[in-house]
Write a protein that binds this ligand. Structure first.
Ligand code: GTS
Length: 206
């Protein structure tokens, strides 16, 4: 991997699970923060008119999940064999679905949909509590951290802001979250101003 450059807006948003993975794996990257002023021009050069964008030498990638999977393969956090990789993909797809629901709430129906979202949240979280209770390896799949754990970590962090008590019924998820947050590189990053001062979402809702 050559020098990495990540373009995104000044929020956690979709890019944060990439940042968490790179941070945890001790990989440096250059962050290019795209503001309203620079976005107009840059948008025209983006393959699908959207961010995030990753550059790794002569490779330019768009689409968050393609970026995440590319990096996970390169960093060795995409399973120890093909079966684990398939299971990681399965977890990852389900978590991407949950992230899409979360983004819909934040950007389209925060006022009208929050009560229903919070009512349904326990049944969504219960699935991951169950998955973690069945996998004695301590992660979503196998015995090593993977691509899927970083998106679950991000979703748990965001949901704890949305609903601070949301993990009270889920001791396994809570201790999983504590364990991930105490991994040395992640711990330092989560305590950094770079993380703490970055808004979760572009519209200020959280
Ligand atoms: N499927 C794409 C991905 O996962 O990368 C969606 C990317 C996307 O929708 N990006 C939004 C964007 O570039 C920002 S965000 O949804 O991640 O917050 N919006 C600006 C625009 O002009 O469309």
């Amino acid at each position: 991997m050559t020098s990495l450059k990540l373009w995104y807006f000044p929020t956690r948003g979709r890019a944060e699970s990439v940042r968490l993975m790179l941070t945890d794996q001790g990989k440096q990257w250059e962050e290019v923060t795209v503001t309203g002023q620079t976005w107009g021009t840059l948008k025209k050069s983006c393959l699908f008119g959207q961010l995030p964008k990753l550059e790794d030498g002569d490779l330019t990638l768009f689409q968050t999940n393609a970026i995440r999977r590319y990096l996970a393969r390169r960093l060795g956090v995409y399973g120890q064999n093909e079966k684990e990789t398939a299971l990681i993909d399965m977890m990852d797809e389900s978590l991407t679905d949950l992230q899409a629901k979360y983004m819909k709430l934040i950007y389209q129906e925060y006022e009208s949909g929050k009560d229903k979202y919070l009512q349904e949240l326990p049944q969504n979280l219960a699935r991951y509590e169950n998955i973690l209770s069945c996998n004695k390896g301590g992660f979503l799949v196998g015995s090593q951290i993977s691509l899927a754990d970083y998106i679950l970590l991000l979703l748990l962090l965001n949901h704890q802001v949305l609903s601070p008590s949301c993990l009270d019924l889920f001791p396994i998820l809570k201790s999983y979250l504590d364990r991930l947050c105490s991994r040395p590189n992640l711990k330092a990053y989560l305590q950094s101003d770079a993380f703490k001062n970055r808004p979760i979402n572009a519209n200020g809702k959280q």
